[in-house]
Design a protein around this ligand. Sequence first.
Ligand SMILES: *Cc1c(COP(=O)(O)O)cnc(C)c1O
Length: 393
Amino acid sequence: MKIQTQAVHAGDRKKAGAHVPVTTPIYTAASYSYEDIETTDQVFAHEIPGYAYARYDNPTNHALEELLTALEGGAGSLACSTGMAALQIAIATALLDRRKKVLAASALYGATINLLMNVMGPFGVDTSFVDITNLEAVKAAIAAEKPGCLLMETVSNPVLRVGPLDEIARICREADVALIVDNTFATPLLVRPLELGAHLVVHSLTKYLSGHGDVMGGAVTADEAHLPILRQMSRTAGPTLGPFEAYLAMRGIKTFPLRMERQCANAAAVARFLRGLDGVERVFYLDDPAHVDAATIARLFPAGQFGAMVAFELKNAGTPEVFAFMNRLRLVVKATSLGDVHSMMLYPKMASHRDLSPKQRERMGIRDSLVRLSVGIEAAEDICADLEQALHQ
Ligand SMILES: *Cc1c(COP(=O)(O)O)cnc(C)c1O
């Protein structure tokens, strides 16, 4: 079945006694009781399916997890309270039986770098970084570092580089390195990393999948080999998503393919418009035939769909000019986060990449004139008009 169909059907409409609720109810119970204690014993022993305690599992989260598994094509999923909680449990799962060493993409979400260096580092998890768009460098780093896992994002933030995920997966499998892919930017509408050979896929549900800027959540989808470890670890570590949030995430996901299709089309229109605008120095969008990773993008992405993140540099602009430009925006929301129904703009130098030195930013291609736009579902001409008036006023 196509992802558009799965999004509205998977996980829902489980028989509850005589009736079938058309959407999954919010189960707030912290624990579950059975008619006799022998049944409870069997549930605890996993001899029969059932719920025991909400930290382990509950019917609302279970429905969301089934839905996520259908979208990403894995063996099973875990819904977590945030994307960061999902990343942490995914890394712990990957490294349980492997060397406590992470090989990470050099361009990663800022908090992910912090997680590796300042949360996992002090507990003996060592991290080194590699440019994942350079396959020879990845091979050399795997041979030299012998990492337990490789952590990458399908599309990097904010300058939108795309590494050869399929080839990296092949190298990882040969070397028994677990491949964890943060697929938040691409979403399973565009790229399904498990089908390309990744072992674990992570999402910030807060972004495109929920899509309305009103819920925080994360998810890990695992292959057959890692699912039991993931579930076993989460029972104790407890990164569990609350049932209200699980309900909201599931409600959001039903329209996710529809929203994402529109957002991709809008982003392409906005990128085209920006390229023709005076006052714009350079536009980063994955549809660019001159993109450094164009061959990889053509192989991994569906024809004509390139995601909904656009970054661009303002001509002759430093921080004061970027601030003035952003202050003139009337429609585009000036806030962090991405993937919502409304368009949002972020200034990487001030927000996501604030903690880096100017040199580090320069090395990552993040200039003072660079802004990042998450394109929403509004009419494309209204988004374009807002950007134009803010540039030329
Ligand atoms: C937002 C984000 C995260 C973290 O997710 P939270 O839900 O904010 O914890 C991780 N990775 C990427 C790529 C993100 O955009």
